[in-house]
Design a protein around this ligand. Structure first.
Ligand SMILES: Cc1cc2nc3c(=O)[nH]c(=O)nc-3n(C[C@H](O)[C@H](O)[C@H](O)COP(=O)(O)O)c2cc1C
Length: 165
């Protein structure tokens, strides 16, 4: 599928830099989890298909869910959700149901199992096609100072659809 409109790229990358964006995953039963990410690459075209690249630490619950269901949604918040974004970046789905305790509403996605988020202005639906575990040299030399077991795994994913409200 070729996605015609690329205006979501700048909006998503700017928000990732400013407050972070939300990464939505789910388990086999469809129970969703959401965490904040700041590390995001969005490519305009890879053989005419947009690509998203994310970096996730193995200590997160999200890491387990990405292994379980190889799909995710990048939900781009508006700046009024800054407190919620901060919360989702400091609490783990292993301990708390973040959808239940925040104002975020999960809604069905069109192309992937994890839900989109109603309150987010843009939802980017992605399917993983490659996972690169550490050791690798895909992040900066600084990242490689951490023990290998704590370094980010990198996920390359096709963008299957983008919805904008
Ligand atoms: C602004 C911000 C950006 C973050 N970016 C990332 C990231 O790119 N990758 C990552 O693994 N964790 C990142 N985190 C940390 C996770 O969001 C945090 O560990 C979260 O509690 C994991 O949730 P989970 O256990 O429910 O998956 C970030 C946190 C904040 C506040």
């Amino acid at each position: 599928m070729t996605i015609q409109s690329y205006d979501y790229l700048d909006l998503a990358l700017n928000m990732a830099e400013q407050i972070g964006v939300l990464l939505v995953t789910c388990d086999h039963q469809g129970n969703p989890n959401v965490m904040t990410i700041g590390w995001l690459l969005l490519g305009r075209s890879y053989y005419k298909r947009p690509v998203a690249v994310i970096a996730v630490r193995p200590a997160t619950y999200t890491y387990r869910l990405l292994d379980m269901v190889g799909e995710f949604v990048i939900a781009v918040p508006t700046s009024d959700l800054a407190n919620t974004v901060a919360y989702c970046g400091t609490r783990s789905g292993q301990d708390v149901n973040k959808f239940a305790v925040t104002s975020l509403t999960p809604v069905l996605s069109k192309h992937v199992a994890p839900p989109s988020i109603q309150e987010c202005s843009i939802n980017i639906e992605c399917r993983i096609y490659h996972k690169q575990s550490p050791p690798h040299q895909l992040l900066t030399p600084d990242h490689r100072k951490a023990p290998i077991s704590e370094q980010h795994t990198i996920y390359f994913a096709e963008v299957l659809g983008v919805s904008k409200s």
